[in-house]
Write a protein that binds this ligand. Structure first.
Ligand code: BGC
Length: 475
């Protein structure tokens, strides 16, 4: 490579990383606002005199709004572009954060939290798709996972902000500060390009070429090749797809994977830990609030650290390998966590086992289902229906997030502590089977090739001969 093309490769890499990092701020906002409520609620409930139902409303408002936001972003990101949806999410989020910080009472607070939820839904449906369409195939896993990294950083920052404002009971500060990443996202996205794949879908190949020239090595042949591949996939997909296109066999096969992972990511219980970590730690017999909050910060740090490890490994070890290892780790740690509560727990050994299992569980999630659901949900659908299908996966994820966070304490009442964690472990075993059987390896493949694989999968299921081209055996 000569000096010029090396410089151009560096510039292309920088531009693409910057784009992924800015869009990833959408994840920061997602993580911050789901994480901050745990500490904020401690003081809101006193100030507004809230019972458990009203507290549940404040917490549940975000996932409910997010289901709505994802429903809007799916189709709207096809019509108006991925970039505009992310920009809109930043504006909606800023309004929601300020309104919740200034809320005079429960009604305004719940509405403001629903608004924040809508913003999170918009961002979580549009940002991973946008990043996957800007990224080159060989580093797509790493770049899309910036989104998950930002989610985990958001959760950790939220725990730390919670600690910082704990002394002055500053819940309004905790909620209001959420507008800082939102403003960063808004100003950042104003300077970011449109998705080149969306531009081709709109028939604007000229603009798509200009974007590719900024985010790829300055080599007309490479750019032509990628543009041709995109054009081809747009022709076979027949333009922005209608809802009915989701029923095509190849899209249905991809939706089984996307929606399946969306649900399994939640029903294996991650948010029982993220939202209730201090409560679970108190179950183990630790009864100082500082101790349990500190343990929650520990959980947050492990979550960020292991997501960084995943980012390094996704494009090397592959998605399937990490899923199988990570989900196995989740199952083992859930069995151990349940075991720590047999006979009521409470002994020092039981507390240590419980805390270690909790940490192992989060670490295992962070190298597997955490980043990989969002990644696959952004990369496995054909371009024509990508954002609608990704929107459906996102909606399913938030719906089950809502159900699990609402039912966790009830599940403990019904099955006992050990039974509840063993129940999540059993779903973990089901998840292993699902990943083994249905999840394709997408490492290093252009999005257009992944599309061709699902077509081959649907065709072989229907008994038709496999189309030519590289087809990876699955499961
Ligand atoms: C999940 C969230 C979860 C977070 C934890 C995300 O991938 O969708 O529900 O709170 O990971 O890091």
């Amino acid at each position: 490579m000569n000096g010029g093309s090396e410089a151009s490769a560096r510039r292309a890499r920088r531009n693409v990383v910057l784009t992924a990092a800015i869009a990833g701020l959408g994840g920061l906002l997602f993580g911050y606002d789901t994480g901050v409520i745990a500490s904020a609620l401690l003081f809101i409930k006193g100030d507004f005199d809230l019972g458990s139902f009203a507290q549940g409303l404040v917490v549940a408002a975000v996932p409910i709004g997010a289901v709505g936001g994802a429903a809007i972003a799916g189709p709207a990101a096809d019509s108006y572009g991925r970039r505009l949806m992310i920009l809109l999410s930043a504006v909606v989020f800023t309004v929601g954060a300020l309104a919740s910080a200034a809320a005079p009472g429960l009604g305004v607070l719940v509405v403001a939290r629903v608004v924040i939820g809508v913003a999170i839904g918009l961002a979580s449906a549009a940002a991973p798709v946008y990043i996957s369409e800007v990224a080159p195939a060989e580093s797509r896993g790493r770049l899309v996972s910036f989104f998950q990294l930002a989610v985990t950083i958001g959760i950790l920052v939220a725990y730390l902000v919670g600690l910082a404002f704990d002394g002055i009971e500053g819940w309004r500060w905790m909620l209001g500060l959420g507008c800082v990443p939102a403003l960063g996202l808004a100003f950042g996205m104003l300077r970011m390009p449109q998705s080149p794949r969306w531009l081709v879908m709109q028939g604007d190949d000229y603009a798509a070429r200009a974007v590719l020239a900024k985010i790829r090595v300055d080599d007309p042949d490479t750019i032509d090749r990628e543009l041709e591949e995109i054009e081809e996939s747009v022709q076979t997909d027949a333009k922005p797809g209608a809802w009915s296109d989701l029923l095509q066999p190849a899209v249905k096969a991809a939706l089984v994977v996307g929606i399946g992972l969306a649900i399994l990511q939640q029903v294996t219980g991650i948010n029982t830990v993220i939202y209730y970590a201090p409560t679970i730690i108190e179950f183990t017999g630790v009864n100082s609030s500082a101790g349990s909050i500190l343990a929650a910060v520990g959980v947050g740090i492990i979550n960020v650290g292991m997501t960084l490890v995943a980012i390094r490994l996704l494009d090397r070890a592959g998605r399937r390998t990490l899923l199988m290892i990570g989900v196995s780790g989740m199952v083992i740690s859930l069995v151990a966590l349940g075991g720590a509560f047999v006979g009521g727990g409470g002994s020092t050994v039981a507390s240590v086992v419980a805390i270690l299992s909790l940490m192992t569980f989060v670490a295992s999630f962070a190298i597997s289902l955490g980043p990989i659901f969002w990644l696959l949900n952004a990369e496995i659908y054909p371009l024509g229906v990508r954002s609608k299908a990704a929107g459906l996966g996102t909606m399913a994820n938030w719906t089950f997030n809502f159900i699990v966070s609402l039912t966790f304490l009830l599940l403990i009442e019904a099955l006992g502590r050990a039974g509840a964690f063993w129940f999540y472990a059993a779903i973990g075993v089901l998840t292993l089977w699902f990943c083994w059987k249905y999840v394709p390896e997408t490492k290093g493949k252009p999005l257009e090739e992944i599309e061709a694989e699902f077509e081959a999968r649907a065709a072989s299921k229907a008994g038709a001969p496999l189309p030519p081209g590289p087809v990876e055996p699955v499961g």
